[in-house]
Design a protein around this ligand. Sequence first.
Ligand code: CP
Length: 322
Amino acid sequence: MMAHTLQLTAEGRLRHFLTIEELNREILLEILETAESFLSMSLHQVQKVPILRGKTIVNLFFENSTRTRTTFELAAKRLSADVLNINIATSATSKGESLLDTIRNLEAMHIDMFVVRHALSGAAHFIAQHVSSHISVINAGDGQHAHPTQAMLDMFTIRQYKKTFADLKVAIVGDILHSRVARSQIQALNILGVNEVRVIAPKTLLPVEVEQLGVTPYHDMVTGLEDIDVIIMLRLQKERMNSALLPSESEYFKCFGLTEKKLKLAKPDVIVMHPGPINRGVEIESSVADGKHSVILQQVSNGIAVRMAIISLAMQIQPFGA
Ligand code: CP
């Protein structure tokens, strides 16, 4: 049994979903299996299940989002929960109310779950430490730290196309240094036991001692993409760069942008992924983003079933039995 942590109950079940790193293979597989069942339900036209009727989920996004916020809302609605989307720009936070006071006031409205995105690493963890015992917190992205639901929908998509994890070689390309998505993906890929995780980036966009994350670093696409089954492209997170880390976007595209020519360096059945938002002509050629190897929009669709699974498991509901 797994040690009791903030995000797990004493029995080792999910209570909050804050980070991948302290979870085990069984929990990650349970999320994937539960999502699989939700996905096959939606294929059979059953769009809604009543398992969260009477529960209220609050989307608390202090940073912009298109994919994560909307797929969380759809996931909650398909589980029959009530959903509140708090508009931070028009909320009392903009009048100086503290994060904790905002949380206390929302708690007083008898909510059951917070889905939190925040620019500060550790924000979701902080909220989880302060909420009442019946409330769950899900991290929808905190600073440069973690984006665990994105990593799980990416693992789901990889399994959908490649069936198993054991033999896979996965390359994550781009701004690893500032990417919460990359950190969570690397943890999940290693827990699920892929053959190799490579990171491909200029030295300025890799954390120091990156090998300690369980990856092999490469600084060029020609050697890095050789024999690769899955390519995950990342955007340059310019909003998190406080100095010039690159000569220019065009130079970056020339060296690290994924083009049709570079794609041929990987295995013939390689899949191309990207968490979004994509910047065409900066990290990825348009024809590759829209091409036959791309599963980028499938990742977005899968986000609904995976988030349905994570919401219901964190609420201690096992929709398809133990
Ligand atoms: N992948 C992702 O987090 O996208 P959004 O910022 O649109 O939610």
